[in-house]
Design a protein. Structure first.
Length: 269
């Protein structure tokens, strides 16, 4: 599969549950013309055929290679960053939940769904928009997981899809600052993730990031209960040059840790 088709299919699925992304994209594009996407992020479980070890070959088949690894001890996550030889193509950030580090109760809930029937072995990049691959979740299980791992609760309900797209502020023609993008988003009446500050990172670490709070949908659980659940969000990234003059291409663990909370019902502040 060609990368551009891959990202177009992801974008269509993503914007179907993230209407704010289309609003922001169109508003920013009306001032700046074409928008370059900095990166797209995905979430998965470290379990059987769903783990990064099985998903990474799908990315490699499209010309992506891993270039950095990250650890999020408190959230019990690990992640890899991937980039393509074509610098115009977005980077990919792929994280996985370390199920065995959760409580016995949380592990039992997650594994009950993941082992209910054989999971498909990923064979094609289309796996990344395959949605839910397990039985529908009950509200009781969802809200129990939410107390320990919002990441796990989100993934069981939302399944495989782009968790977020990211506007590259560096490539905006007329809105060259992250502050200006933030002002535009706030003027639209949309809410931003303030966990760890409105802007995460700094020039000193090579990257500044901001993100909206995820959209919500009314979701009907397996037991018939309907409640609001978080969907996806939009991110904005400004990269700074290294000593060699090239823009920093990696991610900052402390900032990414707080960006994860864009889909959380409760944020750590």
């Amino acid at each position: 599969m060609e990368p551009r088709e891959f990202f177009q299919r992801l974008w269509e699925q993503y914007t179907a549950v993230t209407p704010q992304a289309l609003r922001i994209h169109d508003a920013v594009a009306s001032l700046n013309g074409a928008i370059q996407n900095d990166h797209v992020a995905f979430r998965t479980f470290r379990h059987g055929p769903l783990d990064i070890a099985h998903l990474e070959p799908l990315l490699q088949g499209m010309g992506y290679q891993a270039f950095d690894r990250y650890h999020f001890t408190q959230k019990k996550l690990e992640a890899f960053a991937y980039r393509h030889v074509d610098p115009v193509l977005p980077k990919i950030f792929l994280s996985e939940l370390l199920i065995d580090q959760l409580s016995e109760q949380a592990q039992a809930i997650i594994l009950r769904y993941l082992t209910a029937s054989p999971l498909p072995v990923p064979q094609d990049p289309a796996f990344f928009w395959s949605g839910i691959l397990w039985p529908a979740v009950t509200s009781k299980d969802y809200f129990t997981l939410l107390q320990e791992s919002e990441y796990a609760a989100w993934l069981l309900v939302m399944g495989y899809r782009a968790n977020h797209f990211t506007i590259s502020v560096n490539h905006l023609a007329r809105t060259p600052s992250l502050d200006a993008v933030i002002d535009m988003v706030q003027e639209m009446g949309l809410h931003l993730n303030e966990s760890g500050g409105l802007i995460k990172g700094s020039a000193a670490v090579g990257l500044q990031q901001a993100s909206t709070l995820a959209d919500e949908i009314q979701h009907t659980f397996a037991d018939g209960v309907t409640a609001a659940v978080k969907t996806c969000y939009y991110e904005f990234a400004l990269r700074y040059p290294l000593n060699n003059g090239e823009l920093y291409q990696g991610f900052v663990e402390q900032s990414a840790d707080r960006i994860f909370e864009s889909t959380f019902h409760q944020r750590t502040g």
